[in-house]
Design a protein around this ligand. Sequence first.
Ligand code: PFF
Length: 451
Amino acid sequence: MKTESPKHRGLWTTRLGFILAASGSAVGLGNIWKFPYIAGQNGGGAFVLVYLVCIFVVGLPIMLSEFVVGRNTQQSPVGAFQTLSPKTPWVGIGFIGVLAGFLILSFYGVVGGWTLAYIVKSISGSVDHFGSPKEAGDFFGQFIGHTWEIVFFHALFMVLCVLIVIKGVHGGIERACDVLMPTLVVILLVLMIRSLTLDGAMEGVRFYLYPDFSKLNPQVILIALGQAFFSLSLGMGCMITYGSYLSEKENLASSTIYVVIFDTLIALLMGMVIFPAVFAMNLEPTEGPSLVFIVLPAVFSQMPFGTLVSIIFFTLLAIAALTSGISLLEVVVAYFIDQRGWTRKQAVLIACTVIFLFGVPSGLSFGALGDFKIFGMTFFDNVDNITSNYLLPIGGMLTAIFVGWIWGPKAAKQEIEQNGVRFGWVGPWSFLVKYVTPVAVGFVFLAKFFK
Ligand code: PFF
């Protein structure tokens, strides 16, 4: 049986390739689909501010920690923690990661399927000439309630993930990320201009940028924290896995900063696309998961070359979703390859099939299983809530504690400074991972449970 031993693992071919692949993982549905709707549901400006604090105070130091652990051990999460701290329960962080990857991809694939369907619908001209936003909403509502169409596009998205991940790291993953990112920025800028020039747009800008602190409470802060983890692909060992395919030459600290800033800019930009349009069209910012799929087609219907822009936008969104989907799949697959000795092909095919099947009830949560509620939420919302708001923050907090207290910032610094790279921020960084991150995440949980 052919397995990928650490020495024979694929490596990213260029530094830019690594940064783009890590950004490819970070930038996805989390920024473009999820960020606007949860910012809308949680009060706009104040949420955005808390989110930014979470990104820079909690997310950034954890991302660097994950890259360092990955590159040092050249292993995926379970193996990485086993290597650094053999025969201790810390390996549990790795297992939390594999579980989170499995669960997130199960519903991520569903939304990825929606984006694929909307490419087809854009090409056939059915989502760019709505007379009113309400029509766009009804159209979307009907679509997500349609069992076979949903399952078909969900399956298609998973098949695309398989095709890329089966080819391994740089043949598939790296190349797929290289072109997308710059194109995505351009199209978002165009959309932002269209959105800002709609009548009544300024009210949306105010909602988005003016923080009304009365809207903050522990639940909102937990959601902002969870979204920071989700958006940066942290807390489940994804960046450990990507770091493990990295050679010793790269500067991990500056790569981290690029990825974090890029991811955050895309999310912020997307807010500037959505909220002005929401208010200009008298829609509700609290609409939920369907927000982007209703607002944008309504915008496309009101702009020149709407059909073309719609095709390009949904294609880019699908690619952004794919480059994140493959990173989720890679975490699960790398476990079976590294720890269980499966071949890549076996691991990809089996993991993906099981994840797809588990995702079907999420796909049907807006239609056939709409009334099936657990803890008052649909299957889809439960899986999303458990992963984003619990597994990722817990995984991230434990990673910070591990790097700060068990493995130690000294060892981490040595790894960062390989090949003469200077890391001048070790003081602030170790303060953040040792104290601030664990306390902040712990505090948010306590505040939520004892509120
Ligand atoms: N960061 C991705 C997004 O914003 O869409 C989602 C994601 C990918 C979460 C990989 C976690 C992960 F490990």
